[in-house]
Ligand binder design. Structure first.
Ligand SMILES: [Fe+2]
Ligand SMILES: [Fe+2]
Length: 239
């Protein structure tokens, strides 16, 4: 089972045609394509339509989550509707199963990492910020638990936009870390024995890290992959 992964496509209307060749090529290289959010650049439905057109050449199933950019104009539900099809699956706490591999997808959220993770403390606004991360981690945990309950010995993969560990955001300014991801997202990965997790969002981050329990974590933001020397900007993982 070959899993191709990328994140942070940031599709603009002027990008029409840019992704046709890469999507054609990845269809020959992998059995499924994961896209870890920031599908559009400004959360505009015209950008989603442009991406939808490009994805038509992709002959393998596509599994994606939305990112913060897809939420920018409050049209994320519309963007999801536009992109969703028989072959394109947008996950927000749901799962998708292919060839014995179960993929759980959430957007995730910020909150910081390890000893510097924000606590549920202080003003309501701060508590709301922390709560959003807690909720996203819960959605991920429930999706993974469902895969385990419904399918014995299934291999589990997690797809998200925000980072679950600090190692794959290293390279970004440290001041930004609390907004790039949250350690709370790593807890379900370890607890549910996920084999690999893919995320994006940290464009200047690092490609590879590991969560507790030996869970492999990959930051597949296209900028990170390009920086790492990938000519076709897709990371390939064999499960
Ligand atoms: Fe991005
Ligand atoms: Fe992002």
């Amino acid at each position: 089972m070959r899993i191709a992964a990328i994140a942070d496509i940031h599709m603009r209307e002027t990008d029409k045609g840019k992704w046709t060749e890469p999507f054609k090529e990845v269809s020959h290289q992998a059995d499924v394509l994961l896209i870890g959010g920031d599908l559009t650049d400004t959360g505009d439905e015209a950008e989603a339509k442009a991406l939808c057109d490009e994805l038509k050449v992709c002959s393998i199933p596509v599994v994606a989550v939305l990112g913060n950019h897809d939420h920018e104009k409050g049209r994320h539900k519309l963007i999801r509707q536009i992109l969703q099809s028989d072959r394109v699956h947008i996950l927000d706490g749901e799962t998708f199963i292919i060839n014995g591999v179960g993929i759980a997808g959430v957007k995730g959220f910020g909150g910081g990492f390890d000893n510097y993770m924000l606590a549920m403390f202080g003003e309501d606004a701060m508590k709301a910020f922390v709560q959003e991360g807690v909720n996203e981690a819960l959605h991920l945990d429930r999706a993974l638990a469902r895969l385990d309950k419904e399918h014995e010995n299934i291999k589990k993969i997690a797809l998200m936009h925000y980072a679950p560990i600090v190692n794959t955001v290293v390279g970004e300014a440290e001041a930004l870390f609390p907004f790039l991801g949250c350690s709370r997202l790593a807890e379900p990965l370890s607890r549910r024995h996920v084999i690999a997790a893919f995320h994006g969002h940290a464009h200047l981050g690092a490609l590879q890290g590991e969560a507790a329990g030996g869970v492999k974590v990959f930051n597949v933001a296209q900028h990170v992959l390009q920086q790492a020397g990938y000519k076709t900007p897709f990371f390939i993982f064999e499960a």
